[in-house]
Design a protein around this ligand. Structure first.
Ligand code: ATP
Length: 207
């Protein structure tokens, strides 16, 4: 699972998903837009359009799936509920991974019922070049004894571990930066797939 606001989806998300699929030998990566993200202001672009951009961005990329399960639920999109739903689909023995960028990881202890996340999945943390901070004390306590040194060690169990990954193509691209560029009428070419740029232009978004 790679959840997010995807407001809009960009090459940092998509290339990370491809490299994650490859690096961990995953069956598939569910990219899941949040309906109402609990930890931030409501996105400016509605969920259906964020999903449409995600679908356009993924196109026919092998292994990547645009998953609308959070959009089918009412209320805030809690990751624990999403992982529980994936667990129901894949069964108790499946090895499930929740992937977060390091910026999201540093706030993991503030998510609802963070212990439950580890009962349901492993957490894989992707390094981002533009985000670097020391983990707060509460986060260190939460992940104590959970860190795995390799994917092999992580996947010995179906859930409960933490793995930090530095993927080959780290990209300093953020949706915030893209929204600013679009609002200022500057170019976003190559920062997101052409199909997503075309969708944004044809629906007059982020102006
Ligand atoms: P914003 O700038 O609006 O906060 P964002 O670019 O961080 O957005 P989100 O939709 O919030 O995008 O991110 C979804 C997930 O993808 C988060 O776990 C985030 O850390 C991760 N992510 C976002 N951009 C990158 C990137 N360039 N490289 C790796 N991971 C990323």
């Amino acid at each position: 699972m790679l959840g997010g606001t995807f407001d809009p989806v960009h090459v940092g998300h998509l290339r990370s998903a491809v490299e994650l699929h490859e690096a961990l030998g995953l069956d598939r990566v569910h990219m899941i837009p949040a309906h109402v993200p609990p930890h931030r202001c409501a996105p400016g672009v509605d969920a259906a359009q964020r999903l449409a951009m995600l679908e356009a961005g993924i196109g026919d990329t092998p292994g990547l799936v645009a998953d609308d399960r959070e959009l089918r639920r009412q209320g805030p999109s809690y990751s624990g509920d999403t992982l529980a739903s994936l667990r129901r689909d894949y069964g108790v023995r499946a090895r499930l991974v929740m992937t977060v960028g390091v910026d999201a990881f540093l706030k993991l202890h503030q998510w609802r019922d963070p212990q439950r996340l580890f009962e349901l999945a492993h957490v894989v943390v992707i390094d981002r070049p533009d985000h670097r901070h020391l983990p707060p004390e509460a986060l260190s306590r939460l992940i104590e004894g959970r860190e795995a040194a390799s994917a092999g060690e992580l996947f010995a169990r179906p859930a409960g571990g933490v793995l930090r990954l530095r993927l080959p193509s780290r990209m300093a691209v953020s949706a915030t930066g893209l929204r600013e560029r679009l609002a200022e009428g500057r170019s976003v070419r190559y920062l997101l797939p052409r199909a997503v740029e075309d969708y944004i232009r044809s629906h007059d978004l982020y102006r």
